[in-house]
Design a protein around this ligand. Structure first.
Ligand code: NAD
Length: 386
């Protein structure tokens, strides 16, 4: 029987919600590329509940315990004295969400000799040291597509928030003010702008499709070029690399995984080649940007705004400079953990566990690493070179 260690974010400060803002979730029959939604044999939760915090347990407890497995749930994940560090020594399966990542460093993996499966409840498995997982033969799987559309919606929201300068205007209202000149002096229209999409995978394409009706000129780069018919439909200009992409755009959105090829790409040098007053929205991974270069670019006016929802480390410390830098519209890491997304990635996590315990193959699209190599989505997206 297996020990499953589940790391989730803490419950709401006021306690686990007794009721929710809405009674139902919107119905979705399939993902945009036809991929089916998660298909576990059953789920033991009501979609729409808060499943990603410790009391929600991703709805997994009764399923795992009925099958004779042990489930340990904790939010205490950082530092050598954390519950995560104590419990991982005999864990067979570790599950965590990118919003509250249980960083599986090489040192921690070395302390977990039984670890055979690391599941990301969500998308983006860079919190697991993938080269070590490859070396150790650990399977790494995630719930591909579970929250991609939500992240694309968040991206569009943050692009508009920055370009139109929404947050300061909202603050004027909250403060009882009415100075229209204050509100208008940094406000632009998105219409007519050049927008660059860095990586056109599931999220990047959903952003393209949602931004096209705004009357923008769309550019993108990705090691996997999109079909000509798709490029024509959205009027896309393809660029060979990010250096070419950023030169002639007003807005950059970032949707690549964090890999050795994308780490630190948005540095002083690259930012200096962008139009003065460009905006960057990065809901992919914080470490794709050089933290202090972003602060410098905002302070100098090189960038007119930066937004996104990914930080390093997470949770971000209270003195993280992105909390206080000028003209930002950051959120905590929430774009992929709306209540509908939680229902999908909780069901997908159960689907992965059911396949694992039954010895059935995983869906290839859920796989990042398997059998000592990148596999499935991992082979397509993590092993790609920029
Ligand atoms: P995806 O696998 O569908 O797409 C990733 C794309 O990145 C692929 O098209 C791949 O070819 C491209 N790519 C890989 N390396 C590249 C490089 N060096 N240069 C340019 N492009 C490169 O994944 P997705 O669902 O679109 O998600 C993308 C990333 O977004 C995830 O890896 C994750 O880090 C992040 N994400 C964040 C949240 C959130 O809540 N903020 C949620 C989901 C995913």
């Amino acid at each position: 029987m297996a020990k499953v260690l589940l790391v989730l974010y803490p419950d709401p400060v006021a306690g686990y919600p007794p009721r929710y803002a809405r009674d139902t979730l919107p119905r979705i029959d399939a993902y945009p590329n036809g991929q089916t939604l998660p298909t576990p044999e059953a789920v033991d939760f009501t979609p729409g509940e808060l499943l990603g915090s410790v009391s929600g347990e991703l709805g997994l407890r009764s399923y795992l315990e009925k099958a004779g497995h042990t489930l340990v749930v904790t939010s205490d994940k950082d530092g050598p004295d954390s519950e995560f560090e104590r419990e991982l020594v005999d864990a067979d399966v570790i599950i965590s969400q990118p919003f509250w990542p249980a960083y599986l460093t090489p040192e921690r993996i070395a302390k977990a000799p039984r670890l055979a499966l690391a599941i990301t409840a969500g998308i983006g498995s860079d919190h697991v040291d993938l080269p070590t997982a490859i070396e150790r033969g650990i399977t790494v799987a995630e719930v591909t597509y579970s929250n991609s559309i939500g992240v694309a919606e968040h991206t569009v929201m943050q692009v508009l928030a920055l370009v139109r300068d929404f947050l300061p205007q909202h603050q004027i209202v909250r403060d009882g003010g009415w100075n229209i000149a204050d509100a208008a002096q940094r406000s632009y229209d998105l219409e007519g702008m050049d927008v660059g999409i860095f990586a056109a995978g599931r999220i990047g394409r959903a952003v393209i499709e949602r931004l096209a009706p705004f009357g923008v000129r769309l550019h993108y780069t990705d090691p996997h070029r999109l079909p000509a018919e798709y490029e024509q439909r959205y009027g896309l200009t393809f660029h060979d690399d990010i250096r070419s992409l950023v030169r002639d755009i007003d807005v950059l959105t970032v949707h690549a995984p964090l890999t050795e090829h994308t780490q630190g790409l948005l540095d002083d040098e690259l930012l200096a080649t962008m139009r003065r007053g460009a905006y960057v929205v990065n809901p992919a991974r914080a470490a794709i940007a050089d933290r202090d270069a972003i602060v410098r670019a905002l302070e100098s006016g090189r960038l007119a705004g930066y937004a996104g929802d990914v930080w390093f480390p997470q949770p971000a410390p209270a003195d993280h400079p992105w909390r206080t830098m000028p003209n930002h519209a950051m959120t905590p890491h929430t774009s992929g953990t709306s209540l509908p997304s939680q229902a999908r990635y909780a069901a997908g996590t159960r689907e992965i566990l059911e396949a694992w315990f039954a010895g059935r193959p995983q869906r290839p699209e859920y796989l990042i690493v398997e059998g000592g190599a990148y596999a499935g989505t991992g082979a397509h997206s993590y092993a790609a070179r920029g």
